[in-house]
Design a protein around this ligand. Structure first.
Ligand code: SAM
Length: 228
């Protein structure tokens, strides 16, 4: 029997967003390959599913850990891959394991179990046309930062990217400097969580709101395309 790996999207905050299919598959796997075992255990306990064997695979996993997980798959064990939140592979270490598994097991049967992603969630509430969009992950901290914002400014499609809580103001400052004053942005903070906040408008307005009550939490930034 070919090895089967389920790639499961998990909630970005609200546990009710876990699909019934994702819940069922999580309850049926023998080994769960996860970015962080504690986060995985918290998810399983939150949805009332007993924890299977959990193997942590992240960007710094050793060769041995990756080989062990591949061997479990090769041995016919039903395995699933999850990351800390959202859809594995989107700006997280999801592809790190999957690429290795594809290479090691030519007959690997990969089954997607789709669900939330912070990027798609923010795009969907931005009200900006996303018939075409450019996803840029996280802005670089130093090298390549100026080029990153240049790309955002020049884009003729809606741009979406992630930012961490302690860098949001800095990044909005950089956007305010780079963007035309009329170009609108939308920030989605703590989407699907208790303190969910969506702020939309010219970047100067968004910055004003963020400065008035410094926002903590996780962020997605959506920038309307140039020349709308
Ligand atoms: N794979 C994930 C996905 O599909 O959304 C993204 C993983 S990336 C490491 C984590 C980043 O996603 C956070 O730093 C934040 O920018 C964004 N993010 C995740 N959950 C979020 C939420 N509930 N609200 C806003 N942004 C979120």
């Amino acid at each position: 029997m070919d090895a089967t790996l389920y790639v499961i999207a998990t909630p970005i905050g609200n546990l009710e967003d876990l699909s019934p299919r994702a819940r069922r598959v999580l309850s049926e796997v023998g080994t769960l390959i996860a970015e962080d075992t504690r986060v995985a255990r918290a998810l399983l306990s939150g949805i009332g599913v007993p924890a299977p064997r959990i193997v942590a695979i992240h960007a710094h996993s050793s060769e041995k850990d990756i080989r062990d997980a591949v061997e479990r798959l090769a041995g016919g064990e039903r395995c699933a891959l999850i990351t800390d939140a959202g859809t594995p592979g989107i700006s997280d270490p999801g592809a790190h394991f999957l690429d290795r598994a594809y290479a090691a097991l030519p007959g690997l049967h990969v089954v997607p179990v789709p669900g939330p992603s912070a990027a798609a969630t923010a795009l969907s509430v931005s009200g900006f046309y996303a018939d075409r969009f450019l996803f840029l992950g996280f802005p670089p901290h130093k090298k390549g930062r100026a080029a990153f914002f240049k790309e955002v400014v020049a884009a003729d499609e809606t741009v979406v990217f992630y930012e961490s809580p302690h860098r949001i103001e800095k990044t909005l400052d950089a956007l305010a400097e780079a963007l035309d004053a009329t170009r609108r942005i939308c920030i989605g903070r703590e989407l699907t969580k208790v303190y969910e906040t969506i702020v939309r408008g010219p970047v100067a307005h968004v910055l004003e709101v963020v400065r008035a009550a410094p926002l903590k939490g996780e962020f997605v930034i959506v920038v309307e395309r140039a020349g709308r």
